[in-house]
Structures are given as C-alpha cells and as structure tokens.
Design a protein around this ligand. Structure first.
Ligand code: HQG
Length: 181
C-alpha cells in the first residue's frame, strides 16, 4: 500500500476503534476489541473495502503502532487514545523519574491552575522523551514542553500504565508535579 493510503486507513481505524464505532454499526467489547471480520465487513459497507492482508499491513506500518491484534489475530483494538469507555486491562507500572507532556501556550494558564486533565480521552498522555512530547504539542502550534515528576507522583499514590505502543497514561497530573522546560 502507498504511504498515504496507510495514513488514510489509519485515521479511519482510529475514528472507529477509539471514538465512534457506532458510525459503522460495530460495538467494541469491554476491553476495546472487535472481531476483524466484523470490522472489515462494516468498513466495506461504509465505503472502505479492505482485505485482511491490507489491515495487517496498516497495523504493521502505522507510524505509532496505534492498533494491535490479539494473540490469535482474530480481534483488533486501538492501543490507547479512546474516548469511548473501554478497559484496556493494562497493569500499573512504575514510571521513569520524569515524563513529558507537549502542549501549547494558550492552555498553560488552565494547566498550571488545575493540572493536566484527560479532556475527551480516558487518560492524560505522557511521553518518555521530550522530543516525542514536542511533536505532540506541535499538532496545535508552537510546542511547550512540561516536565512531569512522574516518580514523585507514583510515590504519592498516582497510578501509571504503559500502553502497548509506549505511551504513559495517568488520570490527572496535579500542578505541583509540573514544571515548564
Ligand atoms: C490540553 C496523539 C486546558 C493538553 C498525540 C492537550 C498523543 C488542558 C489537550 C495523543 C488541560 C488534550 C494525546 C487543562 C490538558 N486545561 N487544557 N487542565 N489539561 N490540556 O489530543 O496529549 O495520533 O486529548 O495539553 O500524538 O495532545 O491520537 O491529548 O493539548 O500521543 O495516536 O488538552 O494523541 O496521538 O488533547 O495527545 P489530546 P494530547 P494519536
């Protein structure tokens, strides 16, 4: 498949596997999974004809490995980033001392007042590398990087989980653990 087809199909998968399954008439189970055959049939009914092989290629080549198959390869889900209620069943994990969040200047007053909130998603997304946070922030403008005292948060009882594609997830980062870089 061409690179731009990978991107186009990835966006469509992200839409339905994270946010709007009902728009193509599918349901995700409690853990976010849907049968591959169900997904392909539903996409086909909604104008996107895709083979199993092409779907596997998209999963494999997606730049952030946003999607994964289960052990048997019969079901697929998004690895993180949902707005619909799903329980990914990820174990809690001990974060590195520091994690990073990329945002933009205009959100800073609210962030420094109330901390980082998940907004429409389940969790706040944090990166292990400042460069990754910079590209997340750059989606919205000139990026501002916040350093998160993740290990101190964990010591304070906040839970962290690591998604299958390397994104650190937590419910809320209080302002006292944030520092502008
Ligand atoms: C901001 C993409 C005001 C926060 C990326 C962010 C990432 C606040 C926005 C992943 C706030 C939420 C996630 C507060 C946080 N007041 N604004 N209290 N707390 N914000 O998209 O982290 O391509 O939900 O700074 O690469 O930008 O989808 O989160 O700007 O990994 O796989 O509210 O999404 O990955 O935006 O991005 P988002 P995000 P995918």
């Amino acid at each position: 498949m061409k690179d731009n087809d990978i991107v186009r199909v990835s966006k469509r998968l992200a839409l339905h596997l994270r946010h709007a399954p009902e728009r193509i008439g599918i349901r995700l189970d409690d853990n976010g999974w849907v049968e591959v055959s169900t997904l392909l049939a539903a996409l086909g009914r909604h104008g996107l004809a895709l083979t199993r092989e092409q779907l596997a290629e998209v999963v494999e080549r997606n730049d952030k490995r946003r999607f994964s198959f289960d052990d048997t390869g019969t079901r697929i889900r998004a690895s993180q980033g949902h707005s619909v209620a799903v329980d990914l069943g990820l174990p809690t994990a001990t974060p590195p001392p520091l994690l990073y969040h990329g945002t933009v200047e205009r959100f800073l007053p609210a962030i420094l007042r109330e901390g980082l909130r998940p907004q429409r998603r389940h969790d706040v997304h944090l990166s292990a590398a400042p460069a990754t946070a910079a590209s997340v922030g750059a989606r919205r403008g000139t990026p501002v990087i916040l350093e998160v005292g993740a290990r101190a948060m964990a010591a304070d009882g906040h839970e962290f989980r690591l998604s299958a594609n390397g994104v650190w997830l937590t419910r809320h980062v209080p302002p006292r653990f944030l520092r502008r870089m």
